[in-house]
Structure formats: C-alpha cells, structure tokens
Design a protein around this ligand. Structure first.
Ligand code: T4K
Length: 378
C-alpha cells in the first residue's frame, strides 16, 4: 500500500465539543448583565436543574471539578481506614483517598471490561474497609450487581467514579443511579464538559445539605459556618457552558458513535489490534476509542506504535499507563505489588487511546486506520 498522507495539523486524542461562539457570547452578556459570577447564581441553579432532569438523577450537586466532587463524596460519608479501588484509572481516585487520609487497596481488573475484577473484591475486604471506589473505565459499566451485593454483605459504601460515563445507561437505568454516590467529570477532555467541572448524583437526599455546605466553606446563612468546608463551587461561566452543552451533547455522542463504527469495521482486519464492542444491555456514550496492541501479532509494541503514529501527526495516549499502583506515592502499598495485579499490569502496557471526537470526519478515521495498517506492513 502507498504511504498514507501525514495529517497537516496534529490530530489529538480528543478535542472538546464546543457550543457556537454566538451562543457563548449571549450567555456571557447575560452573566455580565447580572454581575453575578459565582456562589450559586442563576446559571448554576438552571444548569443543576436541567442536568438533574437530563441524567434522571434523584439528587444532583455541582462542583468546580470531578476530583473535588469525589473528595467531598468521601467526606460526606466520614470514611476511614481502607477503600478498595482500581489501579487502572486516572490518578484522581487514588489521590482523593490520600487527601481523605484513606488507604487505597488496589484490586486487579477484568481483562475484558478493564474494570475492577469482582471475583477478587471480597478477598480484599478487611475489618478496616469502609468503601469501594470502582471506576466505570472508558464508559464501560462495572459489574454493578455483584459490587452492590458485596457492599451490602459487608456494610460498606459504594462511590462510583463515573467520570467517563455521561449519558451511559445500564438496562435503561442511568449509570449515576447505582451505588451510594456517582461522580461525573466535566473536564474539557470529557464528552460533556463545562471547561472544568463535576457533579455528584446520589440516592439519599439527606446528603444534599452536607455536600452543599461542604462545597461552600460550610456556610449556613451569612454568619454561621457549620462544617469545615472548602471551596468546591462551580462558577456561573462553567454552568452557562454546561447549559449550552446540553443542547449539543446528543449530536456529539451520535458523531462519535458513527466514527467508532468506522474504527471497528476497519480494525477488525488488522491482526494484533483488539478493541471492545458494545455491551448488550448498555447505552454507550462513545466517549473514546481504546485498543490493545499485541506485540507478537501486530509486530510492534504499543509504545512503538505510539511513537510511529506521532510521525504522521497522530497523537494517541496511553490511558492508563502507568498504573496508579506504580506511582511513587502508592507503589509501596502491599496491594500495589505487581504480582497482585497481573491483568492491570499487562493491560496498561498494551492499551492505546486513538483519536475520537465529533470534529473528526469518517475520512480521518480511515486515514488513521490506513496508517496503522501501513505501519504494520512496512
Ligand atoms: N476520574 C477519572 C476516571 C478521570 O479520567 C478523571 C479525569 C478524573 C477522575 C478527574 O476529573 P477532573 O477533576 O479532571 O474533572 C486529562 C484530563 O485533564 C483529566 O480530566 C482526565 N481525567 C484525563 C483522562 O485526561 P491529561 O493530562 O491527559 O490531559 P491533556 O491536557 O494532556 O489533554 C489531552 C488531550 O486533550 C490533548 O492532547 C488535546 C486535548 N485537549 C485538552 C485540553 C485540556 C484539548 O483539545 N483542549 C483542552 O482544553 O489529563
């Protein structure tokens, strides 16, 4: 085959979906007119209510980012001791445990979903375990029923990191409605974003007051501070972007779904490249497109492919490498030993996120796949 053309501009792993500038300027005019920039103004109230309806959440609170939301979720339950989590994710979850003085206990992952391997979960529970913090990695849901039944048996909380899961449903149920609390990230790299931002959805309405006091220094009225809170608020500009994003998210997800189907069709013919398909009971959001590279069959390792693609201006990412359990701050924990985490160790060395976002055209995906094929053949 001929050498595929190098992309003129870098093709990044993701690019944010953006509302039109006119729509943003109109919102900015509204905010400027109100002179109300933060501290739970009109945009915040409107976004919270529209988002709650969109996600069909019984309760929802907004935060300045997903990490802070997760941080306050742990605080809300006054967790102590140990929390079981996955090593195969962004560092936020482990860091949040550290900041809450909790000990992360890493559980190996399932080789197909890349989520916590529930068959190993129970053996990690000790008298000090107070919660499980699973991540629905890349928008593929965890084994929700098994996790809940183990949590119920041992009386521990379940806090889901659903950062990748905007709009995902399992058996027709919104993903945020499982566990005690679920966290969504609205970072610019997420399919739905507010530049930076995050939300918690939760079953128990009693949590609302506690969470919302905590995100605003503990203020109850002007003169009383009733809990040692922090500044975790979403501001008016973030909330306004969120309102505009609600108008375009379905279109963005549909575009990504179409591009995903092109990837799947093309990559099935490239030996050594594997990818996941749709789960039968799940409504996916097509947030990103992740492959694994088998060196023996493909001919090059994941790292070699990553470097070669860069020469064609294709910037993939090794999400999630290195594992959280390999980070300097966690690698000495007993549960972080590589022998305890063989699947996560292996997957993290094979995994590669290919570019996927609504601004790409089907031809771009074909060109990326041609490039992969060319790299393999020559
Ligand atoms: N839990 C999970 C499972 C998460 O994945 C994350 C965040 C969190 C929790 C924490 O939520 P937040 O507190 O962030 O709300 C990025 C993001 O910064 C991070 O939010 C995200 N996960 C993680 C998976 O990815 P980096 O360091 O890889 O991002 P960066 O700056 O290298 O950007 C990646 C690519 O995205 C760039 O090559 C180009 C594109 N990009 C990025 C930005 C920031 C844009 O096109 N525009 C932009 O504005 O961490």
């Amino acid at each position: 085959m001929d050498m595929p053309k190098t992309f003129k501009e870098p093709v990044y792993v993701t690019r944010p979906a953006l509302p039109t500038q006119d729509a943003v300027y109109a919102k900015i005019d509204e905010i400027w007119g109100s002179q109300w920039l933060t501290n739970i103004g009109q945009q915040h109230k409107a976004f919270e209510s529209e988002l709650k309806a969109h996600l069909r959440a019984p309760n929802l609170s907004l935060f300045c980012n997903g990490t802070m939301a997760l941080q306050l979720a742990c605080q809300a339950f006054r967790l102590s001791g140990e929390v079981i989590t996955t090593p195969f994710t962004f560092a936020a979850a482990s860091h949040v445990l550290y900041w809450n003085n909790l000990k992360p206990v890493f559980c190996d992952i399932d080789p197909h979903t890349f989520n916590i391997d529930t068959s190993r979960l129970e053996s990690l529970i000790t008298p000090y375990t107070t919660a499980i913090l699973p991540v629905h990695v890349f928008g593929y849901p965890c084994d929700i029923d098994v996790i809940q039944s183990i949590a119920d048996r041992y009386g521990v909380r379940v806090i889901y990191d659903a950062a990748h899961c905007f709009g995902v449903e399992v058996d027709g149920q919104p993903i945020g409605n499982f566990g005690d609390i679920a966290m969504f990230s609205f970072h610019a790299t997420k399919i739905f974003h507010t530049v930076e931002g995050g939300a918690l959805t939760y079953q128990d309405s009693v949590l609302k007051e506690r969470l919302e006091l905590s995100r605003n220094f503990g203020f109850k009225g002007e003169e009383q501070i009733v809990v040692p809170g922090i500044n975790g608020k979403m501001n008016e500009i973030q909330a306004a972007i969120g309102l505009l994003m609600l108008d375009i998210i379905d279109d963005e997800s549909a575009k990504r779904e179409r591009l995903t189907r092109v990837y799947r069709e093309r990559l099935q013919d490239i030996p050594g490249i594997d990818f996941r398909t749709d789960m039968p009971n799940v409504k996916h959001n097509y947030y990103n497109f992740v492959v694994t590279v088998d060196k023996q069959t493909f001919g090059f390792s994941r790292d070699e492919l990553y470097t070669k693609l860069k020469k064609f201006n294709i910037f993939t990412r090794k999400y999630f490498y290195p594992l959280c359990s390999q980070l300097q701050c966690y690698r000495n924990l007993p549960s972080a030993a590589p022998d305890n985490l063989p699947v996560a160790e292996s997957i993290s060395r094979k995994v590669l996120s290919l570019p996927l976002f609504g601004g790409l055209q089907e031809d771009d995906i074909h060109r990326i796949c041609d490039t992969l094929q060319y790299i393999q053949e020559f």
